[in-house]
Ligand binder design. Structure first.
Ligand code: NI
Length: 176
């Protein structure tokens, strides 16, 4: 298990489409577990393989209230329903958050780490993370969904915040 370096914008790997996984073998599972370690080390709720420089269709997600991380291989959003505004951040775009539109509900399918087909219906942060990570696999970043420059905001650098001031956005918005 290892914490891998996270590739950041504007690296071209983030703009490439990841390839479908043909075989869920040991090296692929090692990659997924390294991605989980990397997500944990950076306090993210999700990570896509592009973000560690690997163009394979693998994502990992762990919501704040969940005890176990999820590994999804060849994930697909099958249905999107509704629209809502969300605040979003990304480990590959450090120091910023933005307001964008995501779906209210998604239907999703993928293979899990045992090659079993998983189908699920998701809303809330899980739906947001699934859309965000599948976007990564297609070379899309959340900043592509911004409607205006004003929708992107810079966060104060780490350590710069006044101890007397509560950290608002940074603690509420989960980087994915
Ligand atoms: Ni991201």
């Amino acid at each position: 298990m290892a914490v891998l370096p996270i590739i950041t914008f504007p690296n071209a790997v983030l703009r490439q489409r990841a390839r479908k996984v043909r075989e869920i073998d040991k090296p692929l599972l090692r990659l997924a577990h390294d991605m989980i370690d990397t997500m944990h080390a950076n306090y993210g709720v999700g990570l896509a393989a592009n973000q560690v420089g690997v163009l394979k269709r693998v994502i990992v997600i762990q919501l704040p209230e969940e005890e176990e991380p999820r590994i999804y291989i060849n994930p697909e959003i099958v249905v999107r329903e509704g629209e809502r505004e969300v605040e979003e951040g990304c480990l590959s775009v450090p120091g910023y958050i933005g307001t964008i539109t995501r779906s209210i509900l998604v239907r999703f399918r993928a293979l899990d780490s045992t090659s079993k087909l998983v189908r699920l219906k998701a809303d809330g942060l899980l739906a947001q993370a699934l859309e965000h990570e599948v976007d990564h696999l297609n070379g899309v970043l959340y900043i592509d969904h911004l409607k205006s420059h004003e929708a992107l905001r810079e966060l104060p650098p780490p350590g710069a915040e006044d101890a007397a001031e509560p950290k608002e956005a940074a603690t509420e918005v989960h980087a994915v």
